[in-house]
Design a protein. Sequence first.
Length: 229
Amino acid sequence: MSDAPLIPASTLVLISRHGKPLSVLLLQRAPTLRAFPGLWAFPGGRVDAVDCDTRWLSGLQPNASVLARLMQARDQSPLSVKTADYLQCMRIKAEAPSTWMPDRGNQELWPYWVAAVRECYEETGLALANWNTGGPLNFGSFYYLGRLVPPPQVPYRFDTRFFAVLVDQFPVVVREPEATSYRWIGVHEALAQLELANPTRYVLLWLSQWCTAAAFENRWQKDEDQWKS
C-alpha cells in the first residue's frame, strides 16, 4: 500500500458547444511529466496556494456556500462521475472506496473551482469565469461532474474534482512544458484513437451517454438550477 498523500486537483472538461457528435478538448501531456506522461487528458492540475486566496471570495458567483452545497449534492447523485464506477470501469483492483475514501472534513471546496479556471488559462490560453478581468469570478455556466480518488496503492494520488463548461472551439496555443499538442475530438473517436490517461478514458466513456452538447446541457441544467438560484 502507498503512503502517498492525496493532492487536491481540478480538471475542466471543455465541451464544444456546437455540432454532433459531442466533442471535447484534449491535451497531450508532455513526456517529462510524472503523472500520465505522454498521454491525452483534459486540462487541469493541482490546487495551488493562489487558488485558496480568500480574495476570490469577494463577489464569488454563486457564493462559496452554494458551490459547496452543489458539490455535496452532486457527489450523492447517481448521474455523477464516481470513484467506485471508475474503479470498476477501468478494472482497477482495490478495496471498496468506503474503506479509504477521505471525507471532506473542514476542507473548503470553492478553491477547486478557482483552480479549474486557472489551469485552463495556463494550459490553453482560454480565460473563463471573468478570470482575466480582475472582477468577481462567475461560475454560473459551469457544471460540477463529480470526484475521483485513486486507491491507496497508486503512487501519485490526486483527489480530483471534475467540472465542465460549454465553449466555442478555439485554437489552443500549446504551453510547454505541460503539453505538446491538442485536439478537438469527438468522444468516441478519442476513445478509439488516442492513448488516454485512465481518468480521462473513464470520463469520456461516461460522456458517451450524450450524443450532443445540447443533450448534455439539458440533462444537467435540470439538476443544477435549484442549487444555483
